[in-house]
Design a protein around this ligand. Structure first.
Ligand code: ADP
Ligand code: AMP
Length: 217
């Protein structure tokens, strides 16, 4: 199954992607995670991406598209993949379509996790992520068992630099201007599906499984 996860920052894409990837045995490809790994390793890509990310802006399309194409050519993507945080612009979506077309593949569904704006700020400012494996927690809605430590790998939980109130507002603005048009883009292709992303994480996941079950048939 080839899936794109759409939704505003803080919608729960990373949280649900982890569950979907485990259940359907497909790799979870998060461009944000790829950039963060490069930042922590201080690679040239990381150094370039950091200035954009810290300000809530998008990393330029040419850079991002190249990274995703390289990743999709890896062996583990042959039987499917889950894209989280990509595409984020119409240009990225077109480049993805053209790449998949050249490889005689196509997206099965673009799944929108729909969360009203008023939920987002609290979700993002309360988000804590594992500095080792990237797992996402929330101080109130999804706390780790031991405070400050990842349940999965014991790594230290940190707050992302771009999860401050000012940067979150900028990212929501960027989402409205540059990413939201993708909803219509995939509607026009007749592959958009949507779930309401409010409510408990497990309930949202159940709804996603229902949608993906229908797509898989
Ligand atoms: P995204 O990848 O879309 O930016 P995340 O998956 O990192 O979003 O989720 C953002 C924050 O909201 C995290 O702190 C996460 O634990 C929390 N969260 C995710 N899903 C829910 C939910 N259904 N209800 C409450 N909080 C949630
Ligand atoms: P995320 O982890 O998906 O919230 O992404 C964090 C940040 O990484 C974004 O605010 C952007 O600066 C950058 N980023 C992630 N994915 C993309 C993308 N597809 N295009 C451009 N920038 C991206």
């Amino acid at each position: 199954m080839k899936i794109i996860l759409l939704g505003p920052p803080g919608a729960g894409k990373g949280t649900q992607a982890k569950l979907i990837s485990e259940k359907f045995s497909i790799p979870h490809i998060s461009t944000g995670d790829i950039f963060r790994k490069n930042i922590s390793e201080k690679t040239p890509l990381g150094i370039e991406a950091k200035t954009y990310m810290d300000n809530g802006k998008l990393v330029p399309d040419e850079v991002t598209i190249g990274i995703v194409k390289d990743r999709l050519m890896e062996d583990d993507c042959k039987n499917g993949f889950l894209l989280d945080g990509f595409p984020r612009t119409v240009k990225q979506a077109e480049a993805l379509d053209s790449f998949l077309n050249d490889n005689e593949q196509k997206i099965d569904t673009a799944l929108l996790i729909d969360v009203p704006k008023e939920f987002i700020l609290e979700r993002m400012t309360g988000r804590r992520v594992c500095s080792k494996c990237g797992a996402s927690y929330h101080i109130k809605f999804n706390p780790s068992k031991i405070e400050g430590k990842c349940d999965a790998c014991d790594g230290a939980l940190i707050q992302r630099k771009d999860d401050t109130e000012a940067t979150v507002k900028e990212r929501l603005d960027v989402y409205d201007r540059q990413t939201q048009p993708l909803i219509q883009y995939y509607k026009d292709q007749d592959i958009l599906s949507a779930v309401e992303g409010t409510g408990e994480i497990t309930k949202v996941f159940d709804k996603i499984c229902n949608v993906l079950g229908a797509v898989g048939k």
